[in-house]
Write a protein that binds this ligand. Structure first.
Ligand SMILES: Nc1ncnc2c1ncn2[C@@H]1O[C@H](COP(=O)(O)OP(=O)(O)OP(=O)(O)O)[C@@H](O)[C@H]1O
Ligand SMILES: [Mg+2]
Length: 245
């Protein structure tokens, strides 16, 4: 069995009287894709914010290869190999696409020529090379999402947290995004994928974890979770019920 890359133990995050995450536990092995699903407001992005160091958990722990990273600042967590994208893209619109990626690459490589080469490699991997010299503000929605992923990859992570990178995409763009996530996994980078687009995550996830009102209500292989009555009631609805025997 491959060692656990990430272990989330009893993660709780409260904002005043609001409990956004309550006793959330799940784990991820190296090279795995785990889907993190659930209705709007279930607490998915809050989990990412705690994992990536943007929030200190109220209680619980987050272990990366057995070492606690809970409460470390974002730059320390990134240096340890955890990268994330933002649900609302955070690109610098007046900078070029390449410069946007170089900002991330410079976290790993101090020399500008090296950072530029690493940025170009990441852009080639995500298929954005042709846009490298354009202002990022000129990108389509799909390209902006891909730029977010490219920047995260330029940090050279072991664990990548993708927050709704398929939202707002056409079905052919979703297909391309799915292929990209598979290629990321094939490079040995584990992924936690928050997604409402079921055809974007169910075919590629090794496991899915479902949150409802901050709590985990299911954790298992996609087919088992998709036919789980509690998940159907809380989130998926009848249309995603797995085919019967
Ligand atoms: N910084 C914050 N301060 C106060 N409340 C917050 C904060 N961030 C999130 N919340 C609250 O925590 C709950 C969970 O929000 P979160 O953004 O994690 O949900 P989500 O599952 O990502 O939803 P969506 O699918 O809509 O993106 C919500 O009630 C939200 O309003
Ligand atoms: Mg969210």
């Amino acid at each position: 069995m491959s060692p656990l890359l990430l272990e989330v133990r009893g993660l709780t995050k409260r904002f005043g009287g609001l409990t956004a995450n309550e006793d959330v536990s799940f784990s991820l092995s190296a090279g795995e894709i785990v889907g993190l699903l659930g209705p709007n407001g279930a607490g998915k992005t809050t989990v990412f914010n705690s994992l990536a160091g943007f929030f200190a958990p109220t209680s619980g722990d987050i272990l990366l290869e057995g070492r606690s990273i809970a409460g470390l600042p974002p730059e320390r967590v990134a240096a340890l190999g955890v990268a994330r994208t933002f649900q609302i893209v955070r690109i610098f619109k007046s900078m070029t696409v390449r410069e946007n990626v170089m900002v991330a690459a410079l976290l790993r490589h101090r020399a500008v020529p090296v950072a530029r080469r690493k940025a170009d490699e990441a852009l080639a991997f995500t298929g954005l090379s042709g846009r490298a010299g354009d202002p990022a503000g000129q990108l389509t929605v799909a390209e902006q999402k891909r730029l977010e992923v490219t920047r995260a990859l330029a940090i050279e992570p072991r664990l990548l947290l993708l927050d709704e990178v398929m939202a707002g995409l056409t079905s052919s763009e979703v297909h391309e995004a799915v292929e990209m996530v598979k290629r990321i996994r094939d490079r040995g980078i584990a992924c936690v994928v928050v997604e409402h687009v079921m055809e974007g995550i169910m075919p590629i996830a090794d496991r899915v974890v479902v949150l409802e009102r901050g709590r985990v209500i299911a954790d298992g292989p996609p087919a088992a979770v998709a036919s789980d009555a509690a998940v159907i009631a809380a989130y998926l609805g009848e249309e995603y019920r797995a085919p019967g025997p």
